[in-house]
Design a protein around this ligand. Sequence first.
Ligand code: CP
Length: 314
Amino acid sequence: MHIQHYLQFKDLNADEYGYLFQRAAFIKQKFKAFEKHQPFADPDRTLALIFEKASTRTRVSFEAGMYQLGGSVVHLTTGDSQLGRSEPIEDSAKVISRMVDLVMIRTYEQAKLESFAAHSRVPVINGLTNEFHPCQILTDLFTLAEHRPAASGLPLDAIRGKVVAWVGDGNNMANTWLQAAELLGFTVHVSTPSGYEVDPVLAGIANRNCYKVFKNPREACAGADLVTTDVWTSMGFEAENEVRRTAFAQWCVDESMMAAAKPDALFMHCLPAHRGEEVMAEVIDGPQSVVWDEAENRMHAQKALMEYLLLGRL
Ligand code: CP
């Protein structure tokens, strides 16, 4: 039987994203109106959350979201399970997926997540790997469509043709932005320091026209609909912290970069943020920033995703 996993952004197609964005808006509306929406209550569905790296937003959004959908959650970390004591990932997948309905994993290598999924009886969701962070980009695009809706009312129309400026590290977020741009028809202006460029092969894209590279981050922001960035040092790369501080010094999103973007451009950051490093306080706490809506929307978008993976279109 085919199991629909969500390991990379391109695991779903544009039509499925169109459905998910609309469903997330419906689920958010229910939440805001204090109306119950519990498709996982009967029969009760259980989500296993497996964290090999730290998290605030991913844990809270998945855990709260699952309970709101009427389901239950089991939380595991490397430190409190046999995952940290060398039990093979394949064995863990076979056992855990016999007891729960859905698994979310935050880990290091994408290959580890793929191994788990290959041996799982239930859908597996990528909660962040070194290579990709699809739940975050799903959310960011939902947030973009919410704040800058198309005249048609269709979220995909709000996204198609847009320009997203990526300023900073060519990391898991940048890779996922490229996959999303290829799939949904927008362009990413990428500006990274030398040595931290995106790699289209690692990003898993075939069409190199979905992004443009800029040496100067201000030029990358010119005419952008959305300016976005991430920490200079992602989890797992802490040993490079000091070297990165020097390399990334010019890649701090400031007011001059926002001024180069469209007048109604938005600013996003997946958080946690370091004010004065990758973004100035005036930007992240300024009028163009939607980072708090973006953080909240993780929960609404992932509720739509979990519902879709388990129950299909409702
Ligand atoms: N953006 C994000 O994934 O946040 P956490 O690391 O807190 O989960």
